[in-house]
Design a binder for this molecule. Structure first.
Ligand code: SF4
Length: 350
């Protein structure tokens, strides 16, 4: 590690802020010593705010229909190889209920932008889960909607919303998405969600096609300024049936560095060790936790549909049942000295 990197990391640790150019410098000068020191600082904050606790979110991937055509995504509208499915309202509620019985206190209802479920449907599902288990936090991750829709879901009882911003650079956004999609709208959605009162999750892909160190630095600056309650990041992984099929996937090292830097930038943030990280390395999620992450998101979807929610190739954990997933994760997490807890897992200080 060169002296400048060390100085910048110390400055970040003290002030939780750097310029875009300084973040870029750290990314461009990453080496094993920088990774280790960043992880050390990150773990100190992780322990300060969350101890050795790791929170779970039970993910219900309830539809793989999507009106959008993001170039990197395996369930994009034009992928005719994708076998589509929708879960019924009662199936979705049952998945959440199973999750509750397994100790999950947060469920994430995730899907493509599928307007076959009306706002009323979504609200009914949220209300039913809250009625069944008032102490279960319902998180939605169903893409860009109107502020009125977001408000209706919130009023029905959803209190968190995940909407990755994907990239803080509008020019890169335009290379990753068709012209029908708008970076400005996505950013407006994030602001709407925050105004309504949700705990908001943003996030980005690491080393997506065409992404530069400066783009990543802009993402870090965005995290510093917007302060999402949760920040989901994972390496870009290609999918064989997309226009980006031949693009190289993101690396473990850069993803781990970003995780550590995000923890240092915003010490209280909720930071998932994503399934994508576990896909590019067998111990990716454990390494993510050791780099500062404190959330894991196992799958509660029925086994029959898991393989069909294929955002990228070789996704792990598409075979196990929910109960097996949680046992496996508990073992993985305890093997590195952390503990999965039965807790809704709010952002510290929220
Ligand atoms: S990334 Fe999201 S919005 Fe884009 S095609 Fe995939 S599911 Fe749809």
């Amino acid at each position: 590690m060169d002296q400048e990197s060390k100085k910048l990391l110390e400055e970040l640790n003290n002030s939780h802020s750097l310029t875009v150019e300084q973040y870029q410098y750290l990314i461009e000068h990453m080496d094993s010593q920088l990774l280790e020191l960043a992880a050390e600082y990150a773990r100190a904050y992780q322990h300060q705010y969350y101890g050795n606790k790791v929170y779970t979110r039970g993910l219900v991937e309830f539809t793989n229909f999507c009106r959008n055509n993001c170039y990197y995504c395996g369930i994009r509208r034009d992928n005719i190889q994708c076998e589509r499915y929708r879960l019924s309202k009662s199936d979705i509620i049952e998945c959440a209920d199973t999750g509750y019985k397994l100790g999950f206190r947060t469920t994430v209802l995730q899907g493509g932008e599928d307007f076959a479920y009306s706002d009323q449907d979504i609200c009914e599902i949220v209300r039913s889960i809250k009625k069944l288990h008032p102490d279960m936090v319902v998180t939605l991750s169903i893409g860009e909607r109107s502020k009125e829709s977001y408000q209706a879901y919130f009023d029905a009882g959803a209190s968190r919303y995940l909407l990755r911003h994907e990239t803080a650079n509008p020019e890169l956004y335009a290379k990753l998405h068709p012209a029908s999609m708008s970076w400005e709208n996505r950013m407006n959605c994030l602001r709407d969600l925050r105004e309504i009162g949700y705990q908001v999750g943003a996030g980005f892909m690491v080393e997506s096609p065409g992404q530069t160190a400066k783009d990543l630095a802009m993402d870090l600056k965005f995290v510093e300024e917007f302060k999402p309650d949760m920040c989901g990041i994972g390496p870009y992984i290609s999918h064989k049936d997309t226009p980006f099929a031949k693009e190289a996937s993101g690396t473990l090292e850069t993803t781990l560095l970003c995780l550590s830097l995000i923890r240092i930038i915003y010490p209280q943030v909720l930071l998932p060790a994503t399934t994508a990280l576990g896909t590019i390395h067998p111990k990716g999620r454990e390494m993510g936790i050791q780099a500062g992450a404190n959330v894991v998101m196992p799958n509660l979807s029925p086994g029959s549909v898991r393989k069909k929610y294929s955002l990228y190739d070789n996704k792990i954990c598409t075979g196990e049942e929910a109960a097996e997933c949680i046992v496996c994760l508990k073992n993985r997490v305890s093997s590195i000295g952390y503990e999965i807890v039965e807790d809704p897992g709010n952002r510290a200080g929220f």
